[in-house]
Design a binder for this molecule. Sequence first.
Ligand code: HEM
Length: 130
Amino acid sequence: MAEPKDSFGRCVAKPKFIDRFYEIFLASSPEIKPRFAHTDFAKQKDLLQRGLTMMVMYDGGSETAKMTLDRIGESHSRRGGINIPPNLYRFWIESLIKTISEFDPKFSPEVESAWRHVIQKGVDYITAKY
Ligand code: HEM
């Protein structure tokens, strides 16, 4: 079975992976870029890498990962400062899949659907707190 954590290892091993994700994500919709107008990307890239790891671990049943997604769900909710409407997550998902397809030399329909399963589960959990 295709394992996102193996694919993740093949991708994050490459220094430009997260840079490329943000390049694609910020360009994916006019609604995205302005939200990052004041963002320190040196920090943000680190946070995203950890967030992705937590999604993979959440799928694996980790309680620690679940608590981290709780916190991200709060910060991205109406109550949190970031306030991201759930309909914007589709840009995040499609940008991530596109980035993985560029970086993972073993990318295949199986790898893609395994990723989509993991990401959707994490996104559903986060957006349920909106
Ligand atoms: C499920 C996918 C996502 C994950 C795992 C994620 C993760 C994170 C994390 C870890 C932070 C740092 C602050 C914190 O820890 O709460 C953050 C900040 C942020 N996220 Fe997300 N995020 C996701 C989706 C999105 C989407 C769809 C948007 C829409 C534009 C977004 C916009 C932002 C913004 C604007 C910030 C604040 C940046 C700043 O400090 O200036 N995020 N995100």
